[in-house]
Design a protein around this ligand. Structure first.
Ligand code: UPG
Ligand code: 3PG
Length: 249
């Protein structure tokens, strides 16, 4: 089984070049798709120059929609409506066995290479999906664990499984597992909902330590608004799965 990397990206011109190059270097990866989610900077051109296929949302639609668009492009490359699509080396991208999807955040830079470890259990058939567990980050974050706690509690109540880092977005899934998790919950609810839906479908989910470093949210107003949006989306994802009780603690 080969691997397609899907990178959702909103205003990531500073890091997207390094992230795409690292993704292209992962063994088994022959497709890297960047979904430019309504960026106002040079994310799309930079990603294309680095060797990614780029889909663009003309307006910002959130991370989950970006993942859906990226997966849709992979599907189309594998089963093109008109003619065969080739990679840079001239190999046809069509395949009988759908590629595993490796979901990688755009702000990982060169450390994105470490997501290679996520593909190992999936390609070996030992898991249907894997989730990265990150080490302590180089710069400290400014959160108080409210969103993380809510997501962890919700997943635990819904499935009996306690995730180490419930919001971790670096994941590898077989195509069947990705389809089982669709439609993805909107925005920042996507990871929490995906974990619940995969486990409820009886699929095997594993956590894999990966030496990844991303831009952490600080303590300023912008970061607090970001956390409020995350909280809102996780509440919605849990409510849709009958887990509003998790909000009360
Ligand atoms: O409207 C948006 C906003 C962000 N992104 C991209 O989504 C990824 C994650 O966004 P980021 O700003 O880095 O969010 P964080 O709060 O740092 O992310 C943590 O929490 C998120 C869930 O709330 C997870 O998706 C992430 O994997 C996890 O690192 C990045 O590639 C962004 O460019 C979009 O595609 N569309
Ligand atoms: O900064 C973070 O880790 C996320 O934005 C989640 O915030 P939290 O610390 O409020 O859970």
């Amino acid at each position: 089984m080969r691997v397609a990397v899907v990178i959702p990206a909103k205003d990531e011109e500073e890091r997207i070049d390094a992230t795409v190059r690292a993704a292209l270097g992962i063994e088994g990866v022959d497709v890297v798709v960047v979904v430019d989610d309504g960026s106002t900077d040079r994310t799309a051109v930079t990603a294309r120059a680095a060797g990614a296929r780029v889909v663009r949302h003309h307006r910002n639609r959130g991370k989950a929609a970006a993942l859906e668009s990226g997966a849709a492009l992979v599907r189309e490359l594998e089963d093109p409506p008109d003619g065969v699509v080739h990679d840079a080396a001239g190999r046809a991208l069509a395949t009988d066995e759908p590629r595993a999807l490796l979901l990688v955040d755009a702000d990982l830079g060169a450390t994105a290479a470490a997501t290679a470890a996520l593909a190992v259990p999936v390609l070996a058939g030992a898991a249907d999906a894997s989730i990265a567990v990150l080490p302590p980050q180089q710069s400290p974050g400014g959160g108080r664990g409210l969103v993380i706690g809510l997501a962890r509690r919700g997943i635990e109540r819904a499935t009996g499984w306690t995730p180490t880092q419930p919001l971790s977005g670096m994941r590898c899934l077989t195509r069947a597992a990705f389809e089982a998790a669709r439609p993805l919950a909107p925005g920042w609810g996507v990871e929490t909902a995906m974990t619940v839906d995969l486990l409820r479908a009886g699929l095997r989910v594993v956590e894999v330590p990966c030496d990844l470093h991303h831009r952490v949210s600080g303590k300023g107003l912008r970061a607090q608004l970001h956390r409020a949006a995350q909280y809102r989306d996780v509440v919605r994802a849990l409510a849709a799965r009958g887990q509003l009780g998790a909000v009360r603690g």
